[in-house]
Write a protein that binds this ligand. Sequence first.
Ligand code: SF4
Ligand code: SF4
Length: 603
Amino acid sequence: MGNEAIGRGIVECGCALATSYPGTPASEILEAVATFAAEARQPMHIEWSVNEKVAYEVALAASYTGKRVAVSMKQVGLNVASDPFMRSAYLGVKGGFLLVSADDPGPHSSQTEQDSRFFAMFAKIPVLDPSSPREAKEMVRLALELSEAYEIPVMLRPTTRVCHARQAVPLLEPEGGTRTARFEKDPKRWCATPRFVLDLHRGLTGKLERLASDPRLVPTFYPGDGTRPRTCIIASGVSFAHTWDVLDELELTGTVDRYHVKAPFPLAAAFIERVRAVYDRVLVIEETYPVIELQLRDQRIAGRVSRLVPNEGELTPEIIREVLAAFLGLAVSPPTPGVLRPPGARPTLCAGCGHRAAYYAIRQSFPGGIFPGDIGCYTLGMNLEAVDTVHCMGAGISQAAGFYHAYAQDAAPVPTIVATIGDSTFFHSGVPALVNAVSQKARIIVVILDNATTAMTGHQPTPQLGITATGGQGKPVLIRDLVLASGVSFLREAKAYDIERFTATLKEADGHCRSSDGGVAVVIASSPCVLAESVPAGTPRAVRITEDCSGCRECLDMFECPALVWDDEAGRVGVSRALCAECGVCLAVCPTQAIVADDGEVA
Ligand code: SF4
Ligand code: SF4
């Protein structure tokens, strides 16, 4: 798998430290590092940091000691890490510093399909764009070597199709950690005040100019046979692999000059000159923004700026086929049926998930409420009409406070405002938002959905569990301690499965918000993820549907447990025994009480 290949490369190159915050499509990189480092008995510090900014800063300081390091994240994680990222370009590094920022064109599981290569250009650092798992692993070594040669962070930018593709990849012996830490103090550099920043910026520009002439970054040239003179196709990343495949399919390989760009920024200076001098017609295929195209700065280029290549969405082989046909003047047959897949069923929370119970209670308790949500599997609360906004990690609490301050200025009553946030997201960036809401006297309810894991990205541990990335013992940091330390005066812990008591807790929290000395009320809703194997099963409460079911579909449309299914034959709802987790929450849902505990009697 591409992410495993990257993880293997990090270990083989003798990195002493690897950090990350989980996020699709990058999550498996750190897990692979942990696996391969253990196999090689290579001493490494490997950590799931609380967020990407922290992960970046931890790795940066370790690089200052001369050791090789790697930090990995998904593309929106780089937004979180952008502050240390931007400055690290100016100050540079000592030991090789590899930043892996995995992009998600499409997007498949992200709130944007932003192009990290643009971020590299913005920060003025080099970026490598792998087209396959094998190349991704090779580029880990190149990135670390370039980083040390130029004392600059180097980005590796795989996309989902590289991260999750599988390929046979040759393995090398891990180098082992042979370096000892040695931090050389240099305040003008490591503490650079604005007085020194201008010089550092000049130095950075000089590094980029030298990198643009580095022979290792020159695109690979595949000459055509002259059939299509003064015409070339330039591609990078997985788009390169797709483009070459489609040309093969059309039996056009070898008829046109082709270039494979491995380092989209800085683009090799000699390459830019050559393209301008030799070709009249140029097609650039890259994901997701026109990084190569803009550096070529040529009006004759066909690409995203000319709109021959779509400016949004993933460049699938089908789209590339159409682009090539338009550029080369070919008549191509329409895509074969079945290539374009119809949209699937919308995702929903798992059967028995405690988040569903919490959301059901929130919506039932506050029909006119406003419900800012957050990023995680619990975002799916929007299906239950209990999540009204989703922006970015940690934004739910800040947005709840924003809603409160907007409404509180008016003479009208303030609606109940309930923010929901997962446990991992709370550690990631919920804490500063909570401190802010408390200090600014917002009157909001914050429900922390604690399922004891980072579920959506593959069950990485949260700081509360006290488990490290390598499975060792860490020191638990408790959510309740952080909540109390944030100045919150109303804190309750409740099991969402007990809807009656949970609802009463929510009402009590609302009362606190509206009391004369009220403020932020926090409810920690603990319900371990039903997919986590280590979680002990609760008291099972099997259910069945009686003939009182009127077929109103309330339980299907507003509760949406996948174990509740429409039975055409019976003309009413039934329970899928294969899916039902026997949580018993649906017992509270049916308006005609047709969902009852299964006591073994036939209805
Ligand atoms: S089980 Fe109850 S809620 Fe579901 S369709 Fe039947 S009557 Fe409606
Ligand atoms: S008991 Fe009800 S809510 Fe729980 S999993 Fe089964 S059908 Fe779904």
